[in-house]
Design a protein around this ligand. Sequence first.
Ligand SMILES: C[S@@+](CC[C@H](N)C(=O)[O-])C[C@H]1O[C@@H](n2cnc3c(N)ncnc32)[C@H](O)[C@@H]1O
Length: 265
Amino acid sequence: MQPERALHRRNRGLLTAYEPARYGEAVGDNYDSLYPGVDSETEAAVERLAGLARGRKECSVLEFGIGTGRLALPFHKRGVRVAGLDGSERMVGQLRRRPFGEEIDVVIGDYRNTRVGDSSFSRVLLAFNGIFDPRGLGAQLDIFRNAARHLAPGGYFIVESWVMTDAQRSGSGSVMPRYVGEEHVELQLARFDVASNAIERTLVHLRPSGMEFVTVTDTYASPGELDVMAEVTGFERYARYSGWDGGEFTGSSANNISVYARRAD
Ligand SMILES: C[S@@+](CC[C@H](N)C(=O)[O-])C[C@H]1O[C@@H](n2cnc3c(N)ncnc32)[C@H](O)[C@@H]1O
């Protein structure tokens, strides 16, 4: 089923309140073809995350929102212990179909509060704007707390998020190309409510075969707001990059990779 139709079907009443499975159930069957541009970043992401591990005897990664394993599988292939937590059976089903996908331990649950075994990890990763939880600030703080629960002191919580432009922040509508390929263009049309931090985005995928619409409402957080969340949940900022290549974060960076170190209790 196309994402647009899947979302509409759910919006008609099958899923009323927010559920962690909503996103994955809507796009899970097509996810790996929705964001072809992202694949070029995957190797850099894995390199960066592995680099953070240097100097430590052991690196183990728990990925919140592991999805189809875009990041987790390359880690696993490097011999790093990887586990995942995801709300969507459909997304994890795609992971299971990929080579070595059966070898990764995945718990189905909400990364806001689900515990993965009793193990502690040296890294918890939340990529691709997962911190912009539609349920708001309370959920975002819970996610930081749940990451802390899975980390030993000194372990890192790594958060990837996009950074809003001034034009988007002003509350006026904005249109931004997210992916431009020969036979696939993705446009994002966003509406931002400065009072609640809610950002509603309609992602329009244009292909020779037709159009797809995916509408998502998230709770935005600026890099500075993420720092406050980290501070009050037992973390301190260790590093911030403008991308997985480790570039310097500046006032005009469009992406944020924040690395937070868990403080000792
Ligand atoms: C955009 S995909 C990213 C997948 C993968 N991390 C990547 O970078 O390709 C987001 C994933 O997070 C999962 N997800 C969203 N909200 C969740 C929640 N509250 N608890 C657990 N998983 C969630 C979705 O099911 C989906 O697999």
